[in-house]
Design a protein around this ligand. Structure first.
Ligand code: UDP
Ligand code: MG
Length: 312
């Protein structure tokens, strides 16, 4: 067991890793003095990179015995990479951070203060602003956090990053949640404990490009909602009930009109509108059911979250 494990998911980060390693090693040296964090280890996860990421990790681990790596057989996604790293980490404290230096490692010192001196179990980070992000993306991100806040009982913090420092207890709790569709932004608040939040300004990644397309983010947010809320399922019933009430009123109206004015053949447009509206409502509801059904399907297959090709 060591004092600190640094868990770093990497997908095609050949350009960033050398910068990251250099900066983090300086921070570790400082932590030795300031917080008596003597022994540390790196747990890099090569998440199916198709550039030289693995070669770089191998050569780092030859030079520095603190560097360990897990290389996946293909890309399993950041959530799987984080899970692999957290279950492999041996430290009394564990930090998760990105390889692109968007999560400044020098913040670890103040994060340690919160845990060692103020009694928190986790020091978490969020970005203060969304500066430097495309406007449309910011808009949808804000919408997502609003919807999430309404639908879920746990508090999903706007702009929360995956950059965290955690105690062993906290990490054990997170690893004990072995669900397949993992949504960290929900899992961390779900396990509870005392968390202190730190804000920092958004940084540009040091090299390389982001792996998140808009489509990926959208699917990820749907995962988040279905993983932590069953309220959309209730929405179907509520909509159904509402349409029954409206239909009833409509039926009464039609009967009264028939009695008063006879039955002139008309009403084709309104009929089409009703059919289309109710058809849409039904498909929408079935779609929500499908979302949850697909989650059950994936969970019951119980496939592993990731497959390791090689590790050290
Ligand atoms: N990452 C990963 N697997 C993936 C996508 C990303 O391990 O499928 C890693 C990536 O190498 C980086 C971190 O997750 O260290 C965050 O990714 P990125 O910087 O692309 O996301 P952003 O910072 O733009 O949210
Ligand atoms: Mg990044």
């Amino acid at each position: 067991m060591c004092d600190l494990s640094l868990v770093v998911p990497c997908k095609n980060e050949e350009e960033s890793i050398p910068f990251f390693y250099k900066e983090t090693v300086t921070v570790l040296d400082k932590l030795k003095e300031s917080h008596s964090i003597k022994e540390a280890e790196f747990v890099f996860i090569d998440d199916g990179s198709d550039d030289k990421t693995l070669e770089i990790l191998k050569s780092l681990s030859e030079k520095d015995s603190r560097v360990h790596y897990i290389s996946f057989s293909r890309n399993f996604g950041k959530e799987a990479a984080l899970y692999a790293g957290l279950s492999r980490a041996k430290g009394r404290f564990v930090a998760t951070l990105d390889a692109d230096l968007q999560d400044p490692p020098d913040m670890l010192a103040t994060m340690f203060d919160a845990i060692l001196n103020e009694g928190f179990d986790c020091a978490a980070t969020r970005r203060a602003t969304r500066a430097g992000e495309p406007v449309i993306r910011s808009f949808f991100a804000r919408m997502f956090y609003k919807i999430m806040g309404k639908l879920c009982d746990i508090e999903v913090v706007d702009g929360a990053r995956d950059f965290r420092l955690m105690t062993r207890n906290y990490v054990n709790a997170v690893v004990s949640l072995y669900e397949k569709s993992r949504f960290s932004k929900g899992i961390f608040p779900w396990v509870g404990f005392k968390t202190k939040w730190f804000s920092y300004d958004n940084r540009e990644r040091v090299a390389g490009t982001t792996k998140w397309s808009f489509y990926k983010l959208f699917m990820y947010s749907l995962d988040g909602i279905t993983a932590f809320s069953v309220k959309p399922l209730m929405l179907a019933s509520v909509l159904g009930l509402a349409s029954v009430v409206v239909s009833f009123a409509f039926i009464v109206f039609i009967i009264v009109r028939k009695i008063l004015f006879g039955d002139p053949v008309a009403g084709w447009p309104s009929l089409v509108c009703i059919i289309l509206f109710l058809g849409g409502l039904q498909l929408f509801s079935i779609g929500i059911l499908g979302q949850y059904l697909s989650k059950i399907y994936i969970e019951t297959k119980n496939r592993p979250l990731f497959i390791v090709r090689e590790e050290k």
